[in-house]
Design a protein around this ligand. Structure first.
Ligand code: FES
Ligand SMILES: [Fe+2]
Length: 456
């Protein structure tokens, strides 16, 4: 690992690497160094498609909400023509935010400083003293709000301010299978989810990558959630956190990583595509009925791919999603090396009866968030790991990501996971190694061979 930590990562030999995915080692400076942080804002966040929200938050023309794209504050609008726009929330006059309401409906945004006014397409429409002060010479076309490139994907909204980034689906690669499945909801229908109103926001005292890598595939840390496992929080009312813990059908637990883009997912792959519904809401029969029907509809719609139960994952760099009865997206907003805001969108199936939506909302609140039964364990883990990353005496010790090295295979055990899927089974840190490898490439590290893990 690097003794002299070169943040420009002009790494020509193994000895100088901050990330050595081959050896399963990550230098702890990547969590603490201000220069590395500044560089990842431009090289990683500035060159990626970033999730900014969901179309169900702006169902009507002129609806808007505030969001965040890396370090950039944005206003997401449905303009008067019904198009989704992502506008930089920075006044082109002197930099003030032009919108300060979390959400609402407005045709225009007037900057509170000097009163420049912008339409919800971003055009500069109102200019105080246009004649007297600017002699009508200010070219309004040049001074509209900065607009992002936008992609709407099965209801989710993604943005980038970079013209060179490849189209969204190309950056996803074979991860499209997982993201689409998540966004389709329980019955496998397109546009299947809607947001529970509002975004839950809280701050954690750790580097954004600690949360991201955990979401990429850390099944190793279940020991952290032991107390929750004991009390029986699962929807079935049985012990354990997850409904699938009590599922009698046989399945493999897979870590599916997509090294090309740095994405990853955790899935159950069942042996039997025709499997029956496993009762998950036995305590609320009306809700159980809905999910039974949704399960059957999904099996019919997806055929063999219905064998997959998508449990959650990460769209690189900073979007974690959870599915299988707890549909949520967590966005890590990087503020400093040791400070991150977590923004959470909770989803329910759009067409479900109100009692199902209510039951899910209650479960999500009980499960996640800073006062939920699970997330507080993780927040504590990451904040404590951050303290460890800052230890002076431990600076020579890299973080260890060696679990299950050499066990992954391409497009395994079913080819429809995609040629870009690099998969291993069970408890492993394979997805984390892929995450840091991609991070390292984007930061300017030499591109590594991706065949470093031997086949089984
Ligand atoms: S900063 Fe917005 S009008 Fe001056
Ligand atoms: Fe956890």
């Amino acid at each position: 690992m690097a003794k002299d930590k070169d943040v420009n990562m002009k790494c020509n030999s193994n000895d100088e690497r901050l990330v050595d995915a081959e050896a399963g080692l990550v230098d702890r400076t990547v969590f603490t160094d201000q220069k590395i942080f500044e560089r990842e804002i431009t090289e990683v966040f500035g060159k990626s498609w970033l999730f900014v929200g969901h179309e169900s938050q702006i169902p009507n023309s002129d609806d808007f909400f505030l969001s965040q794209a890396g370090r950039d504050a944005v206003v997401v609008t449905r303009d008067s023509d019904g198009e989704v726009q992502v506008l930089l929330n920075v006044c082109t006059h002197r930099g003030m935010p032009v919108c300060r309401y979390d959400q609402g409906n407005a045709k225009m945004f007037t900057c509170p400083y000097h009163g420049w006014t912008f339409s919800n397409k971003g055009d500069l429409t109102g200019l105080p003293l246009a004649k007297e002060g600017y002699c009508d010479r200010l070219d309004r076309k040049q001074w509209g709000l900065v607009k992002a490139r936008v992609t709407c994907y099965y209801g989710s909204i993604w943005a980038t301010f970079n013209d060179e980034v490849l189209p969204f689906e190309e950056t996803l690669g074979d991860m499209t299978l997982m993201l689409r499945d998540f966004l389709q909801g329980p019955d496998g229908e397109d546009d299947g989810l809607e947001v529970v109103d509002g975004i839950l926001k809280f701050e954690i005292h750790s580097n954004w990558k600690l949360g991201a890598e955990n979401s990429a595939g850390d099944l190793y840390h279940d020991v952290s959630h032991n107390s929750v496992q004991r009390v029986g929080i699962a929807l079935s009312g049985l012990r354990g956190r997850h409904a699938w813990n009590a599922d009698k059908h046989t399945f493999k637990t897979l870590n599916v990583a997509y090294p090309e883009g740095g994405h990853a997912a955790r899935v159950n792959l069942y042996d039997d595509e025709q499997r029956e519904y496993h009762s998950q809401w036995s305590q609320i029969p009306e809700v159980d009925d809905y999910f039974r029907e949704a399960h059957d509809a999904r099996q019919k719609r997806l055929g063999e791919k219905g064998r997959l139960l998508n449990r959650g994952g990460i769209v690189f760099p900073s979007i974690a999603y959870n599915s299988a009865n707890r549909w949520q997206i967590t966005l890590a907003v990087p503020r400093s090396p040791g400070r991150t805001e977590m923004w959470k969108w909770y989803f329910v199936p759009k067409k479900a009866p109100q009692e199902v939506k209510d039951a899910l909302r209650h479960y999500l609140l009980r499960y996640g968030g800073p006062s939920g039964m699970v997330e507080q364990d993780d927040i504590e883990n990451w904040a404590s790991a951050q303290v460890g990353a800052q230890s002076l005496a431990a600076q020579h010790l890299p973080m260890n990501y060696m679990l299950h090295m050499g066990e992954a295979k391409w497009a395994w055990p079913v080819p429809w996971l995609g040629e870009g899927a690099y998969v291993d089974e069970g408890v492993s840190e394979h997805a984390q190694r892929v995450f840091y490898q991609r991070w390292s490439e984007m930061m300017g590290h030499p591109v590594r061979s991706r065949g470093q893990e031997e086949s089984k």
